[in-house]
Design a protein around this ligand. Structure first.
Ligand SMILES: *[C@@H]1O[C@H](CO)[C@@H](O)[C@H](O)[C@H]1NC(C)=O
Length: 256
C-alpha cells in the first residue's frame, strides 16, 4: 500500500495545477473493436482546497489471507486520516487466477467483504495484473460488477510484458482483446504518449502493474524500459507507480 497526497497548488507560480493519472494494465488490452480508440478519460475533481489524496494497493485478492485483511484495516485508518479521494489498484486483483466469471464469489470474498472501512468506500480505479489474465478477464472489466459493489471500476488500457506471451508455462491466459499484440502495443503506446503530451496537468503520474526498473526478483521489464520509459521521460512524468514485486522500493534516476 502506498499513500499519496498531491497538492495541486503550485506555490512558485501561484497557479492552480491539475493532476493527470494514466493507468494501464501491464499486459494489455482494449477490446478489439477499441484498438484504435484513444485512452478512455475519466474525470475526478480534487477537493475544494485544491488537493487530492489517494491510496495505492496491488497484488491483493486472497480472501483476506496473506495479511490482506490486516492491510485493509490499516488502509481504512489511513484513508480516514488522509480523507482520501480514491483508491488505485495496480492489478493482481484476484489470486491465483483472476475471476472465473462475474458470478465468482471471489469478487465479494476478496474485495467487498475485505475493504469495508468507511474511508475506502470511494471510487477504486483498478487495472489488471498478470494473474488477472489467467481467469475470465472480461469479468473484471464488466460494469455489472458495479451492481454488486459500486466502488469497483476496472479497465485495461496499456502494456507490455513478453514473458507471459512467449512463456506461459502451465498457465492459460485470456488474451482476448489484445491480439494482434504488436498492433495493440503500438496503438496503446501512441495513445499514452499523446495523452501525456497534450496534458497541461501540473502532476503527471502513471500507474501500471509491472516494474519498469526494479531491484526485486522479477527484474526489469525490458519492453517497458525500451518502449515506455522514453515516453515518460519525454513528457515530464513525475512518477510511475507499480506493484508486481511485492516489496517497497523508491527508485530515482540522475538522468533526465
Ligand atoms: C503477516 O504479517 C506478519 C507480520 O508482519 C508476518 O510475520 C507474516 O509472515 C505475514 N503472513 C503472511 C502469510 O504473509
Amino acid at each position: 500500500m502506498i499513500k499519496i497526497n498531491v497538492h495541486f497548488y503550485d506555490k512558485k507560480s501561484s497557479m492552480k495545477g491539475a493532476c493527470v493519472l494514466v493507468l494501464f494494465s501491464c499486459i494489455m488490452c482494449l477490446s478489439i473493436c477499441n484498438t484504435n480508440a484513444e485512452l478512455e478519460r475519466l474525470q475526478h475533481s480534487p477537493k475544494s482546497g485544491g488537493s487530492l489524496s489517494f491510496l495505492v494497493v496491488g497484488d491483493w485478492g486472497r480472501r483476506g489471507a496473506y495479511n490482506q485483511s490486516q492491510v485493509a484495516l490499516q488502509m481504512g485508518r489511513i484513508g480516514a486520516k488522509m480523507d482520501i479521494d480514491f483508491v488505485i489498484s495496480t492489478g493482481n486483483n484476484f489470486y491465483n487466477d483472476g475471476l472465473k466469471s462475474v458470478d465468482d464469489p471471489a469478487f465479494e470474498e476478496s474485495y467487498s467483504k475485505i475493504y469495508t472501512a468507511k474511508s475506502l468506500q470511494k471510487q477504486w480505479y483498478n487495472v489488471l495484473g498478470n494473474h488477472d489474465y489467467r481467469g475470465d478477464v472480461e469479468a473484471q472489466l464488466n460494469p455489472i460488477l458495479r451492481k454488486i459493489d459500486a466502488k469497483w471500476l476496472c479497465k485495461r488500457s496499456f502494456m507490455v510484458n513478453a514473458d507471459y506471451f512467449t512463456n506461459p508455462k502451465d498457465h492459460t491466459y485470456d488474451w482476448r482483446g489484445v491480439m494482434p499484440r504488436v498492433k495493440y502495443m503500438a496503438n496503446v503506446l501512441k495513445d499514452v504518449e499523446s495523452a501525456l503530451k497534450y496534458s497541461t496537468a501540473r502532476w503527471k503520474i502513471v500507474v501500471g502493474h509491472h516494474t519498469i526498473r526494479t531491484a526485486g526478483g522479477h527484474g526489469d521489464t525490458t519492453e517497458l524500459v525500451d518502449l515506455f520509459l522514453p515516453i515518460l521521460k519525454a513528457n515530464d512524468v513525475d512518477f510511475y507507480i507499480n506493484e508486481h514485486d511485492h516489496c517497497l522500493q523508491r527508485i530515482s534516476s540522475t538522468e533526465r
